[in-house]
Design a protein around this ligand. Structure first.
Ligand code: USQ
Length: 397
């Protein structure tokens, strides 16, 4: 297939592009390189040294003989360029990662809230609009989030996207209707993914677009089979308080002897997936497109759930690191349970990589190798969810 990977320079986008190219697909990365600009804005860099996208794709060609094409394009701003690109290249499938993906970054200030909403919602809508306008029947696979469901404890497993509800009719009968699971976002970032869901539902219904939405959990790990092949194919690895995700942050903190930064009691239970499985799931989703006229296909892209404090204790034990319980900069439930259905990917052959000490140790080793690149002052999470919380957080563990 000819596949456009929008946001192919990012943390999941890059290994996905390599994986799809390795499978023999013709891969085109469209990216505005915003993650690199945001690193500059925040004064941080990936723990792993990353080359330019052009150099990365050159090395991939050198190692494998395969070409990955790169196009500098801002999906949210360059609607006409996007439309022109689609009309010219006519991809068979599109993987859409091109959104600002960090919850803390989206909550930093009013400017960051505006940026995240404008960027994410426009990017998704421009894409859908351009697909209809150009008449291209590409299967669109979008990277969404488990965070659209929220984390309230209701004692029931979260279904894959849809919920059957019984509604009493005027005549007293009960009819069952399937609705999108009620969205309950915990940040501006997560809210944009909830808005994406409505855009997808509308365009699938109105224009027959074929769309798959992947509700992904928190990704951990850094290497995939392809990024291991050459030092310069290495994936980015974020550790800072805005972009570093919880388990990867704990592993890096353990590597540099920084007390593990648990927010609050660490009673938050979240869904997790290893980066290698994330890439495999996208491949599986691409091979299982819905038909025109079908509703949006939704998968829960996660393999296990864990409580934050259990992860901290586990990493602490493996690496001999101290665990630090800090005031929570976020507005979220202090404790929650989480049960998630993920049968669809399992039925389609996903064999999950689960959290094992060996694999955690491997990530700590990568972190140790590049520990000299860490700026310890960028480790604390200082983006507060409300002005009141901002006054209470202690920035120094
Ligand atoms: N947390 C800590 N200590 C830290 C960092 C985080 O205790 O140093 C806690 C947070 O308070 C939160 C949990 O860990 O309760 C998860 O935080 P996170 O930063 O790992 O994940 P989140 O903000 O939810 O966002 C990440 C990705 C996002 C993706 C989402 C999947 O950045 O793109 O959509 O995970 S999910 O969480 O399932 O919605």
């Amino acid at each position: 297939m000819k596949i456009a990977v929008l946001g192919g320079d990012g943390f999941v986008g890059w290994p996905t592009s390599l994986h799809l190219s390795d499978q023999g697909h013709e891969v085109h990365i469209l990216d505005n390189l915003s993650r690199r600009w945001i690193d500059t804005e925040l004064g941080v860099q990936s723990l792993t040294p990353m080359d330019s996208i052009q150099e990365r794709t050159r090395v991939w060609h050198e190692v494998t003989g395969r070409r990955i094409h790169f196009h500098l394009l801002d999906l949210a701003r360059d609607y006409d360029l996007l439309k022109g690109w689609l009309a010219e290249h006519k991809p068979d499938a599109i993987v859409h990662f091109a959104e600002q993906r960090a919850a803390p970054y989206s909550m930093k200030s009013d400017r960051h809230k505006n940026y995240t909403v404008n960027n994410n919602v426009n990017a998704t809508h421009n894409l859908l609009n351009a697909l209809v306008e150009t008449g291209i029947d590409a299967h669109l696979v979008h990277l969404g989030t488990m965070g659209v469901y929220g984390y309230s404890t209701i004692g029931a497993a979260i279904p894959e996207g849809y919920l059957p509800v019984g509604i009493e009719t005027m005549s007293g009968d009960t009819v069952t209707q399937e609705i999108l699971y009620p969205s309950n976002p915990g940040s501006i970032y997560h809210m944009t993914k909830c808005l994406d869901q409505l855009l997808f539902a509308f365009y699938a219904k109105n224009d027959g677009l074929r769309i798959t939405d992947l509700h992904q959990g928190i990704v951990w790990g850094t290497h995939t089979e392809q990024t291991r092949r050459h030092e310069q194919l290495i994936n980015r690895f974020d550790y800072d308080g805005d972009y570093g995700t919880v388990l990867n942050r704990f592993l890096i903190q353990a590597a540099i002897g920084y007390p593990l930064t648990v927010h609050g009691t660490g009673g938050q239970t979240r869904a997790f997936i290893h980066i290698q499985d994330s890439v495999r799931c996208i491949d599986i989703a691409l091979q299982n497109a819905p038909k025109a006229g079908e509703k949006v296909k939704i998968f829960n892209q996660m393999t296990e759930t864990h409580r934050v404090r259990d992860l901290a204790e586990m990493v602490g034990k493996i690496a001999g690191a101290k665990v630090s319980y800090l005031p929570n900069p976020r507005k979220e439930a202090a404790e929650n349970d989480l049960v998630v259905k993920n049968e669809q990917f399992l039925a389609l052959g996903l064999n999950p990589i689960t959290l094992k000490e060996g694999l955690l140790g491997e990530v700590i080793d990568v972190a140790k190798k590049y520990a000299y690149r860490v700026d310890r002052s960028r480790v604390p999470a200082v983006s507060a969810w409300t002005k009141d919380i901002a006054r209470t957080i202690d920035r120094d563990p």
